[in-house]
Design a protein around this ligand. Structure first.
Ligand code: SF4
Length: 432
């Protein structure tokens, strides 16, 4: 099929990605491949021949955003081939295929071949201007037994690169569809990931964000572990910053914290999903830890890396989260010396075990709880930033802004992809 790749020469492509960093990494990998075949990015106000939509299905709202994005792109580019990939494509392929304009829906197992699978559709579309429109194709299969790991390492829109080290999840939290969408936990080998990081360094990249679904579970398919990966990546000369996109609290061990603290390039910046500060709710969620373990990891981390920025995910209004449980959760989070919360209102997902929990939370109450935690997050974020006013920190510059080692966002005109020491004043801080 690859001899037909010349269909891509000069093809104008629009990319639209929803969801997590892993999706952005996978879109960037596909873009690299299409550019290698001769495709170009469509001009912002120009027409497109191909639209790629990489979808997310973490909440009902994500599903809706995906459908809206597909419809919007079809209205804007009625002649373009539309290819849809990602979690929502895997879970609801049939439904997506019925949306007008969609040519190809690709699930998890086939997304590494997206570029090639689109070729007949681009060819048919070209012919269809003379006869009839091509049929929609769905390429999704059960993820139950997926063991393949599709590598991905690409530069995002910014200077940083995203290195996918792991995919899928074997945890099966009761509210989550990701294991159904992405399959079980699997990973690349340390040797292959080090080689990809070395290629980034050779291309001039300085910062790599380590991505995956359940990164701490790294090693299941290769008999390795995340601690060994941290140590191996730290040895890649030229990469000055590694960030770990997210680590489950039970997998963020003291050994991993010690290794990051002693490392050359792992940044004092962590993202830890808590989801609830109530043990009763954590049990209903089938999470693998309690609030005490989470607190232990946060305190240990801050003893080892006192300047660390710690971002925390919380879900509010899950089935079973009574007013008392929410109050316990809020009180626990208030005590935690963390820098920011990412608050997600619980969303009912078809096929999840959480649907069997009787107690539900009204939409108004969910909004109220979200608001309370978002206010708390703003307080914590402000406090964290204020602590560093009057101190100098190293900043890696992007265009017009940059990030300190501990994830403080600053404005300025440093040369992109260089690191300079910056005195943090209220004027340079960008509070988000
Ligand atoms: S750890 Fe839980 S929430 Fe995270 S992807 Fe796995 S099942 Fe979903």
């Amino acid at each position: 099929m690859t001899d037909h790749t010349d269909i891509y020469i000069g093809a104008r492509v629009v990319y639209h990605t929803l969801g997590c960093k892993l999706n952005f990494a996978e879109t960037a990998t596909l873009r690299d491949r299409l550019i290698g075949y001769g495709a170009v990015d469509a001009a912002e106000d120009g027409d497109a021949d191909l639209c790629i939509i990489n979808t997310c299905s973490v909440t009902g709202e994500s599903d809706q955003k995906c459908r809206q994005a597909i419809r919007r792109l079809h209205r804007r580019h009625p002649e373009a081939v539309i290819g849809v990939m990602g979690c929502y494509a895997q879970l609801q392929g049939e439904a997506i295929s019925r949306i007008e304009g969609v040519s190809l829906v690709v699930g998890m197992e086939h997304r590494g071949r997206m570029a090639e699978l689109l070729i007949p559709h681009l060819e048919a579309k070209r012919r269809a201007t003379l006869c009839t429109a091509p049929e929609t194709e769905i390429q999704t299969t059960s993820t139950r037994d997926i063991h393949t790991f599709v590598p991905s390492c690409s530069r995002g829109n910014r200077t940083r690169y995203f290195l996918k080290v792991q995919d899928g999840c074997s945890y099966y939290c009761t509210y989550c569809t990701i294991p159904i969408a992405r399959g079980r936990s699997r990973n690349g080998s340390i040797a292959s990931l080090v080689a990809q990081a070395e290629a980034v360094a050779e291309a001039g990249g300085k910062e790599i964000v380590i991505t995956g679904v359940n990164i701490g579970d790294f090693g299941r398919s290769t008999g390795e572990d995340f601690l060994a990966l941290v140590k191996a990546l730290d040895g890649v000369r030229g990469i000055e910053r590694f960030r770990i996109s997210s680590l489950e609290p039970d997998l963020l061990t003291h050994d991993i914290i010690d290794a990051c603290a002693a490392s050359r390039a792992f940044m004092p910046h962590f993202h830890i999903p808590l989801q609830s500060g109530s043990d009763a709710v954590l049990r209903l969620m089938h999470r693998h830890y309690d609030a005490a373990l989470f607190a232990d990891r946060v305190h240990y981390l801050l003893r080892a890396m006192p300047d660390a920025f710690i971002g925390v995910d919380v879900i509010v209004g899950t089935r079973g989260e009574t007013a008392d449980y929410f109050a316990q959760s809020e009180a626990f989070i208030r005590e935690m010396p963390i820098a920011q919360l990412h608050v997600f209102p619980y969303s009912e997902r078809p096929g999840t075990k959480a649907l069997a929990i009787a107690h539900t939370v009204s939409p108004e109450e969910k909004r109220e709880r979200s608001k309370r935690l978002l206010t708390l997050s703003e307080e914590k974020h402000r406090t964290f930033y204020d602590r560093y006013v009057g101190t100098a920190r190293p900043v890696l510059w992007e265009h017009g802004e940059g990030w300190t080692d501990n994830y403080i966002r600053v404005r300025g005109e440093g040369t992109p992809n260089t690191i300079t020491s910056v005195m943090l004043t209220p004027e340079v801080l960008i509070k988000t």
